[in-house]
Design a protein around this ligand. Structure first.
Ligand code: ADP
Length: 158
């Protein structure tokens, strides 16, 4: 049954955490919120082939404020020269965050409840100087990354 398959799949990922399957931040295609959406930039964005693009505040890549969905660009007139910030302010797709040591079954549950299916991954930076700990972005993780891990585990079992 499907339920049995899901249960078996959940066991395959039981001892894995987000950092094991995420796309590392240096490989993530992100955009600063000041990007002007003209014909050239829209073409570049579409060519990258991603469905969702994290948007950060210009000058601070650790501060992801929005998600740009490529489908949001479909009805845009490139001659209007809207910025990414303007388009994101219109659609307001929520940004989800998850810690890099979150167990994959927890993330799978969260993805099943929500609609987003993509989360920004945060990592704790341990400051030795006695200040409060801070966070930096470590990558992105999507439902696809979890599904791939489940399928890979099944292939390795055979
Ligand atoms: P997409 O629909 O954009 O292909 P998926 O959810 O199918 O996204 O994920 C496919 C792979 O691409 C996953 O490994 C995911 O971590 C990665 N990914 C998703 N969005 C981005 C992005 N903006 N930049 C880099 N990698 C991404």
């Amino acid at each position: 049954s499907n339920e049995l398959k899901i249960a078996v799949g959940a066991m395959e990922i039981a001892d894995k955490v987000v950092r094991d399957v995420m796309t590392k931040i240096e490989d993530v295609f992100m955009l600063p919120d000041t990007t002007v959406l003209n014909a050239k930039t829209v073409m570049e964005i579409v060519r990258m082939g991603y469905t969702r693009i994290p948007v950060y505040q210009q000058g601070d890549k650790n501060n992801v404020t929005d998600m740009l969905f490529v489908k949001d660009l479909a009805l845009l007139d490139p001659d209007d020269n809207f910025t990414v910030k303007t388009v994101c302010g219109y659609h307001k797709h929520p940004v989800k965050f998850v810690m890099n040591d979150t167990p994959l079954p927890h993330l799978l549950e969260a993805f099943k409840k929500g609609e987003g299916h993509l989360a920004m991954v945060k990592r704790l930076i341990n400051n030795d100087d006695g200040h409060d700990p801070s966070y930096e972005l470590a990558g992105v993780v999507t439902l696809e990354d979890i599904v791939e891990e489940i399928l890979q585990a099944e292939i390795n079992d055979e």
